[in-house]
Design a protein around this ligand. Structure first.
Ligand code: AMP
Ligand code: ZN
Length: 115
């Protein structure tokens, strides 16, 4: 996708602090962290938002759930707990329209709001 900042990260056109990658997904540190651990997990495939997940993306979504859990473990936030967030659309506070999971932990996360 042209002009998609996360597609540019996938293509190596802009730098990011990648912590994990495989054939289907890439995980990197959020540039503006709101918790001691704040990692973004994205599919290599451009999917604009949660609303745009198709039946053929179900396996990919399961893979994202699995990788999120493994990343939480790797970053030692599994025991105390963490939060996986997908913001969708305007009311969900989505700013980047390339599907991403926020993996948040390392502090007590209050409420359900983003900031
Ligand atoms: P959302 O509001 O759910 O769309 O979240 C977008 C997230 O992407 C925000 O937490 C930003 O800090 C983060 N972000 C934007 N640009 C970059 C970038 N170039 N590298 C890493 N994280 C980014
Ligand atoms: Zn994209």
């Amino acid at each position: 996708m042209d002009n998609c900042i996360f597609c540019k990260i996938v293509n190596g056109e802009i730098p990011s602090r990648i912590i994990y990658e495989d054939e289907h997904v890439i995980a990197f540190h959020d540039i503006n962290p709101i918790a001691p651990i704040h990692i973004l997990l994205i599919p290599r495939l451009h999917i604009s938002s949660f609303n745009d997940i198709l039946p053929e993306n179900k396996e990919l979504m399961g893979h994202m759930a699995w990788v999120s859990k493994e990343i939480a473990k790797q970053n030692k936030i599994d025991e105390k707990g963490y939060r996986i967030v997908f913001n969708c659309g305007e009311h969900g506070g989505q700013e980047v329209y390339h599907l991403h999971a926020h993996i948040l932990g390392g502090r007590l996360l209050g409420g359900l709001v983003k900031r």
